[in-house]
Design a protein around this ligand. Structure first.
Ligand code: ARG
Length: 464
């Protein structure tokens, strides 16, 4: 048991207590950030005259050595240390003796862990943003190819009005774009450095907090040391953003599952992204989409867990906060993995355009347009609605589409119909007369696609 705080204790820690308290099994994930933070800290300590340049160089060189050895596997992070901070410091002291003991001057593990977690999370925010950017690129590609691919749009999972595949995909483009904007905002708010907050009340050493903040790429130091060590808002915000991303992915997954079903056959998931059944030889299951949908619960769980952990904690640091790590790490890894897999799945998915088109034709998706036709010819909307309702009933009884009715049949229900109705209620007209921005017509979609393309290529939308 290697601890940093034995001095005032007369007994060994109970083994179970030690294990319960230890965090090395999961905080080893940010050994790199811990070392990065320590290098900035000693660089600053030397700059303000607390360490000599020789001490600084020895410590930095040894810290880098430790990092390299962990990287290449020659130094193993083992459970004999309480946490990653103890591991790094103990190894430093083993190699440097008294000089190593100076590393922790003017620092507490409270501001150290606050820094490490922030550095780690900051990288993750960027990584998730990068995954989303790739997903958006795939979605935009599908949009460009499918401004004329007609499919039914649904409400209540009932066929409603014809749209295009580009339009449907465009809805998800908007969702994931907002998700990126959320990440961008979170990054802006979180990018302040808690190092130098000490245990809770700063330190008596003349630390240069601006300097460490700058060395570590932060906008500046956090402005209250109690808040600096105990703020986990940024993590809650990030988990909330990840939850929203997963919610979007889960809705999309649900659609892919429905579209891929034997009843719909709108898409075929690539063999590389499907799995089989051990008993039913005919099966090709959409497991990836189902798993993405399923894993959404895990990410929501991490958010709920941290919100609950934080709700009763008095200022400043309390050990409860150690619970900010495991589920957050899991949520970050889960969300990143899901975005990447989902992207691969839709990139390789085959859209069965003929089936989409057939489904739009056969679902009375042009009924609203037939009613609008009557309205434009002077029939009050309520009456027009009733007339088209009768037409639909007539068609259902005969298993035909409105377009399949002869003009005589239509006229028998309403004499207002003329031959031009067939053009008005054709799928192409239904889609392409919806011209307002945000609507599915090819003209409107092309304008939107140009805007989305400009958004994707504009580097100021990226987190740098
Ligand atoms: N493992 C701890 C955590 O994750 C590090 C901070 C420990 N600080 C303390 N005062 N015990 O929060």
């Amino acid at each position: 048991m290697a601890q940093l705080w034995g001095g005032r204790f007369t007994k060994e820690t109970d083994k179970l207590v030690y294990n319960f308290n230890a965090s090395i099994s999961f905080d080893k994930k940010f050994y790199e950030e811990d070392i990065e933070g320590s290098i900035a800290h000693v660089t600053m300590l030397a700059a303000v005259g607390i360490l000599t340049e020789v001490e600084r160089d020895d410590i930095i060189c040894t810290l880098k050595e430790i990092k390299n050895e962990v990287d290449n596997g020659s130094l193993e992070i083992t459970d004999e240390y309480e946490d990653i901070h103890s591991f790094v410091e103990a190894n430093l002291i083993k190699r440097l003796g008294d000089t190593g003991k100076k590393l922790h001057t003017g620092r507490s593990r409270n501001d150290q862990v606050a820094l490490d977690m922030r550095l780690y999370t900051r990288k993750q925010v960027k990584a998730v943003d990068g995954e989303l950017e790739e997903l958006l690129t795939t979605i935009l590609h599908i949009m460009k190819e499918n401004t004329q691919t007609i499919m039914p749009g649904f409400t209540h999972l009932q066929k409603a009005q014809p749209i295009t595949l580009a339009h449907h995909m465009g809805a998800y483009f908007e969702m994931f774009k907002r998700d990126r904007q959320r990440l961008f905002d979170i990054y802006e708010r979180m990018n302040y450095c808690p190092l130098g907050s000490g245990a809770l009340a700063g330190t008596t050493y003349p630390l240069d907090r601006e300097m460490t903040a700058e060395l570590l790429g932060f906008y500046g130091p956090t402005l209250n040391s109690m808040d600096g060590v105990s703020d986990r808002d940024y993590l809650i915000e990030f988990l909330s953003a990840l939850s929203t991303i997963m919610m979007h992915l889960s809705r999309f997954s649900e659609e892919v599952i429905i579209w891929n079903s034997n009843e719909y056959q709108f898409v075929e998931i690539d063999d590389a992204y499907s799995t089989g059944s051990s008993i039913m030889p005919q099966k090709k299951n959409p497991d990836i989409a189902e798993l993405v949908r399923g894993k959404t619960g895990r990410v929501y769980g991490a958010l709920m867990s941290l919100l609950t952990t934080m709700k009763g904690i008095p200022l400043a640091y309390n050990k409860d906060m150690q619970e900010d790590k495991e589920l957050s790490f899991d949520a970050m890894d889960t969300a990143k993995g899901c975005i990447a897999l989902f992207n691969g799945m839709i990139k390789t998915m085959r859209f069965k355009k003929e089936n989409m088109r057939k489904s739009a034709n056969n679902g009375f998706t042009n009924a609203t347009d037939a009613a609008d036709y009557l309205v434009k010819h002077g029939v009050p909307f309520r009456d027009a609605h009733g007339i088209v309702g009768q037409i639909v009933l007539y068609c259902i009884e005969r298993n035909i589409a409105i377009d399949d009715m002869s003009l005589e049949e239509l006229k028998a229900i309403s004499p207002v119909f003329e031959a031009d109705v067939y053009d008005v209620i054709s799928m192409e007209t239904c889609v392409n007369t919806r011209l307002t921005i945000g609507a599915p017509s090819e003209d409107a979609m092309k304008k939107v696609i140009a805007l989305e393309e400009a958004y994707l290529t504009d580097n100021s939308n990226k987190i740098v």
